[in-house]
Design a protein around this ligand. Sequence first.
Ligand SMILES: [Zn+2]
Ligand SMILES: [Zn+2]
Length: 225
Amino acid sequence: MNFIKFWVWSPLYVMILLITYFDIMLIYIFRDPDTTEKVWLIVHHLLMLVVIYLIFKTSTTKPGTPTYFYTEDDPLVDLRPICKHCFLKKPLRCHHCDSCGKCILRMDHHEYWLNNCIGQNNYKYFFCLIFYMTVTLEFYICIYLIKIIESPPNGAIDTYFIIFTVPLSISLNLLLIPTLAIHIRLILYNQTSVEFFEKKQEHHDKGVIANCKELLGPGCWLIPI
Ligand SMILES: [Zn+2]
Ligand SMILES: [Zn+2]
């Protein structure tokens, strides 16, 4: 196998391994579920299916690149730059991604976990992914805590799972919650991560509702379709 190809996809493999670990752990902890616990497990697995679908969609949807067909009369095009790497005329908010080696429309950032750029065509999938990952993790932590409070760990394997799972859950929370908060703020102000970190003074803010419609679609903002 091409080593570079394996390397760029390795963060995604790590993510899939983590999801698998959490799921095995949950099934083990709830190895003899009552009716309520069966409902919890079903809800958890439905959430996980949504997360897996969103991982697939975010990593495989092309973020959008400019084409040669833009003209100076096109309202989407400003007269500024021609990309010095691809020699394409860049529309507003388009940036060249060094990792992808191409210009990306409304580039937000390059997402190494998914080996894809986040841009105009897959930003909604990315935002929904962060949202549903956070919801899934919080739900997981709640049912996990309820379970171990009701039935304290019994034996070495139970203790092993708790020792590894609790710090892992806290670490993921520390990663996910700030990321979600930042992207909620970016959506509310219609900014990209590039613009936010470069402190660009371009104003695209059209008001909260219009910004949400522009970035998450006309309705069903958290339905990832
Ligand atoms: Zn370029
Ligand atoms: Zn990229």
